[in-house]
Design a protein around this ligand. Structure first.
Ligand code: FEO
Length: 170
């Protein structure tokens, strides 16, 4: 059995990851409506990755004989007008998720739950990559987004992203 507080935080993280998936699907919607299928593809894949993250937390709790409680997933609430809006919101959201992972890590560390700390190590690294990607997209949009040809090429680049399953297996 895991420490009660650690288990509760892990359970909450399932919801946060599913919310992330829902949020990114909403971003994909926004770009699809604008005719930017490459951006839409990028966020559809991002949504798939978030679902994978949720399932890793779900499976980890099950593997440790914990009860999983699924809560309601909130409606995505990011206001999107400019093409940059989802990109900036994605960075802010990833920073929020990083904070959340660190909070669980600190709670696990406090009770010497080395197993959970090791499980979370993958997510700590993943969050670093997610923030780098989110930052990189903002920079590219600032550089090329106002030029139609630049935007077209950026959309093509993002359209080439393909889904790959997470490297962490449980
Ligand atoms: Fe599940 Fe984008 O962090």
């Amino acid at each position: 059995m895991l420490n009660k507080k650690v288990a509760a935080l892990l359970n909450e993280q399932i919801n946060k990851e599913f919310y992330s998936a829902y949020l990114y699907l909403d971003f994909a919607n926004f770009y699809a409506d604008k005719g930017l299928d490459g951006f839409a593809n990028w966020y559809q894949i991002q949504a798939q990755e978030e679902r994978d993250h949720a399932m890793l937390f779900y499976q980890y709790l099950h593997n440790n004989n914990e009860t999983v409680t699924l809560e309601a997933i909130s409606k995505p609430d990011v206001k999107m007008d400019a093409l940059m809006d989802p990109l900036k919101a994605a960075l802010a959201h990833e920073e929020f998720v990083t904070e959340s992972i660190h909070t669980i890590y600190a709670a696990a560390q406090k009770v010497h739950d080395y197993r959970t700390m090791q499980f979370l190590d993958w997510f700590v690294k993943e969050q670093g990559e997610e923030e780098t990607n989110a930052n990189g997209l903002i920079t590219k949009m600032e550089l090329f987004g106002s030029d139609p040809k630049g935007l077209y090429m950026l959309d093509n680049e993002l359209g080439a992203r393909v889904y790959s399953a997470p490297s962490l297996t449980l």
